[in-house]
Ligand binder design. Structure first.
Ligand SMILES: [Zn+2]
Length: 365
């Protein structure tokens, strides 16, 4: 599931200038051929891990927000360009190569989070067509028990019934008075309501009350959470099919919680039992993991420690950027990709062009 952006509603001027400069550098370096030349010639080891969710837009995922979707045609173009420009790895293979000094330059790993059915139906044929490697991070409860997370219930209700329906029914069904008051205040404040209400539910609401209430509101709206989960998530058989096709399957917990808000025992259970459930389906070890939501404030040292105790080779965050030989392999950075991705920006990041420009041209990109 996609990370959230900070709560500020307007980005400061300095930040907007940096984004504009970065875009210009990305485009000039891409269309002049510089970033692709640098990718081929640089001997600085670096691993850029892409993070995506849905790979096409079947009607069953209409209710999910655009920042979770990379249309199949765009994914095809992206993978074609990446495989022509960089060696591709699974996260496990890329991290081992980076850690063991076996990367001779810039490399890319493609990861897909949560375990959506379209990863198999649309994503796998595209990866195979271009000879690309890939990793799918699987939410074990959604796949194994058809348990739909509160976020998906929330998105489903917004899509089918709108904000007013959601807030009215949430008020009736929830016992969390503080969260209700904040939701109502946000609804009056305007802006991107889908994002602002989700932020309250994610970081402020009581976890158990929120989970039960979102599911109940979806049922009141005529939705069937297990049926929707079965429509959009892989089945264990389909996870096996991806595994047999050479796609790495990685851990992504059981219920996709914000690990920083979980009790100690739940952090261990979500990470360890989630892993063992995948291993029971596949019959071999799971070696890499992606933190749900993934920003620095969404997981903490307890989660990183649990990964270390479990013996994971790698843990992926959603902090943007590229990984180097000295990067913390249990808190790797990733580059988020959705339908609005700029391929020149991605190639500039993965090739080291932005680092080059910062170092030699002293520009703040
Ligand atoms: Zn996720």
């Amino acid at each position: 599931m996609m990370n959230d952006r900070p709560a500020d509603r307007r980005k400061p001027l300095k930040h907007r200038v940096k984004i504009a400069l970065r875009g210009t550098v990305a485009n000039v370096s891409y269309y002049s051929g510089f970033s692709r030349m640098l990718a081929r010639r640089s001997r600085q080891p670096r691993l850029t891990i892409l993070a995506m969710h849905n790979v096409e837009s079947p009607p069953s995922t209409d209710f999910l927000p655009p920042d979770m979707k990379t249309p199949a045609a765009l994914f095809d173009r992206l993978v074609a360009i990446l495989t022509k420009t960089f060696p591709t790895f699974t996260v496990d293979g890329g991290v081992r190569a980076l850690r063991d000094g076996k990367l001779a330059g810039a490399a890319v790993a493609i990861s897909l989070d949560d375990g959506y059915k379209d990863n198999l139906k649309a994503g796998l044929p595209i990866l195979q067509k271009h000879g690309a490697k890939g990793t799918v991070y699987v939410e074990a409860g959604a796949v194994g028990e058809r348990k739909l997370s509160w976020t998906h219930c929330y998105f489903w209700v917004l899509h089918h019934k709108g904000f007013e329906f959601f807030i009215e029914h949430y008020k009736t069904l929830s016992k969390d008075a503080a969260a209700i008051a904040q939701l109502e205040a946000e609804a009056c404040a305007g802006g991107d309501l889908r994002y602002h209400l989700k932020r309250i539910l994610k970081y402020k609401a009581d976890i158990n009350d929120r989970d039960a209430t979102c599911e109940a509101v979806m049922r009141q709206a005529g939705g069937d959470p297990p049926a929707v989960a079965a429509q959009i998530y892989l089945s264990p058989d389909e996870v096996r099919e991806l595994d047999r096709a050479g796609i790495e399957i990685g851990g992504h917990t059981i219920s996709h919680p914000i690990l920083a808000r979980c009790a100690d025992s739940d952090v261990e259970r979500e990470i360890g039992d989630g892993r063992r459930r995948l291993e029971s389906w596949l019959g071999h070890p799971i070696t890499t993991f992606a933190y749900p939501w993934g920003r620095k404030w969404d997981y903490d040292d307890r989660a990183v420690g649990a990964l270390a105790r479990e013996g994971f080779v790698a843990g992926c965050s959603m902090d943007p950027g590229t990984n180097h030989p000295k990067s913390d392999t249990l808190q790797l950075r990733r580059y988020a990709v959705d339908s609005g991705v700029s391929i020149p920006d991605l190639v500039a990041e993965a090739s080291g062009t932005f680092d080059f420009v910062r170092k030699y041209l002293k520009l703040p990109v």
